[in-house]
Design a protein around this ligand. Sequence first.
Ligand code: WTA
Length: 652
Amino acid sequence: MLQEIYQPNPQYASTAAIKSMDEYHALMNKAKEDYEGFWGSYAKEKIDWFKPFDTVLNESEAPFYKWFEGGQLNVAHQCIDRHLATRKNKAAIIFEGDNGDQKILTYRELAYEVNRTANMFKNQFGITKGDRVVLYMPMIPEAAISMLACAKIGAIHSVVFGGFSAEALRDRIIDAQAKLVVTADGAYRKGNPYMLKPVVDEALSSGCECVKAVCVVERNGEEIHWEAGRDYAYNELVKNESSKCEAVPMESEDPLFLLYTSGSTGKPKGVQHSSAGYILWAQMTMEWVFDLKENDTYWCTADVGWITGHTYIVYGPLAAGATTIMFEGVPTFPDAGRCWKMVEEYQINQFYTAPTAIRLLHKTGEHEPKKYDLSSLRVLGTVGEPIDPAAWKWYYEEIGGGKCAIVDTYWQTETGGHMISPLPGATPIKPACATFPLPGIIAEVIDEEGHPTPVGEKGFMCITRPWPSMIRTIWGDPERFVKSYFGDCKKDGKPVYFTGDGAMVDEDNYITITGRTDDVINVSGHRMGTAEVEAAIKKHPNVAAVAVVGKPHPIKGEGIFAYIVLKAEDTLAEEIELIKEINNIIKKEIGAIALCDDIVFVPDLPKTRSGKIMRRILRSIVKNEEITQDTSTLEDPSIVGKIESIVKSCRL
Ligand code: WTA
């Protein structure tokens, strides 16, 4: 662990949104003394309400909280229309294609595009308030435009990451009962076209009767199958629509979107977010954590298919009136200097990415940053997984030139926006440490009974008061919502939100996130449920049992490691074939992002006499750690040694 403390750069601190730790503590105290007053005054100040709200927080049906009841707003109006008076000619979205294509949309142009698209959804496809629209899109402006068009007419979007397979897409379409799917023919990646529309065709081949139409954006112009009466050309239809569209007034608690994410058990869950609370915190964190200024150019490298893309490419930046970059490509194409070239070219002020990308760019292009002028940068962000001190140091020194604030932002799909993060003008930073909860976020590291854990000891990362941008429910499964996040543990008689992460507090109250405490793995900053991967592997006819665990990986943070018990023993040649087949099933069921890094065939899994698989033992074996668990209660204690030697022989 690095022990240095990096003080905020005084040059930035003087103009930052929150200028000192005194200011931070004052805000935090205000929130603690008058929680509703704190949030109510920000909601009044930041949101352009169509109708003011009556109450700040309704806890009567906790944990189904309601924020800003009685209020009406429209998120697309908040993100676009309200800026037109002062920012109509300001760049809202700068698009850079994989192939270097560039397109700039001003706020006025974005307003027109969103309105045309909203009118098309309404007039051509009959989409109205509350309907679900699935977006299966590449990183092109039409993805953001479609999200905002849904918001404008009150439809609920569910963006599915373009790397998910047809099966995964189908599950999400059916669960949300989507009426419309918006997609593209495909896009470009590393200089080559890739396809999306065929995946939609396959997804819709069975069980998706709810889908009435598919609206296809042209991006790469490759040939695609066209189903008459179902498929429509976005670019053709949108041209005929009016660029005027009234924003539908939405209640504060009306859902804005669903986003499916992995949990420790079962299928991915549709995390449901609200309109007012979500957009309020998206905007506030954008201003606080990235210290946004009017003239800044901001770049988050995520994909809109993940929550980071929702909150910090589309909704947060636009609500705050910023200029946001959308990048279609990958950071290593045409070379590992691509990001730094873009920083120089667009004079980017805030750069936000995942530790995986930092490690990759460090490893594959250590000297690339030196070739570019990175002096415009002020704030560097990381998200999605713990960052290691070596990657942090490189980011700080080589990208930030030793002058930028590094904001290690801890949050989740369910939290809607940042929860724990340094503030660029205020927080003395300890490398690789998420530091403190943001003002208004009441977070604690506790044990199972709800007591704060002692300094230096691991506990559960929890949030003990509701916050405006929190998950409202799991789509169609309120019971699972309560069960997944709120244990029996209560604080002052109120439910406590469990993040599923472990954390530690040090002697200065700094919080370090130590990783998931459940069966979720974090591969390249992407959340993957072991249960989902196991369910896919079990589809192979020769698989009798399987357990999947995370394995430390030098670039990806964690890789996927599968222990498989076969029904019939195979020869080595057959096993190689089997591995291929199993990976093909995973690709088909989930997508290439869930491919296993390692598969080992074992005679059995360590099970208790009641049949429960002891995953902790399997995790320890993969990490080459000493096994501290009691193995005497296992059905067959000798299995542990056998598995250990198989894994060791694979390592050699
Ligand atoms: C992990 C991504 C350490 C964590 C925004 C969390 C982090 C999961 C950090 C959520 C961080 C996110 N340090 N771990 N700064 N940020 N995580 O839902 O395990 O895709 O629970 O949201 O990522 O992943 P999700």
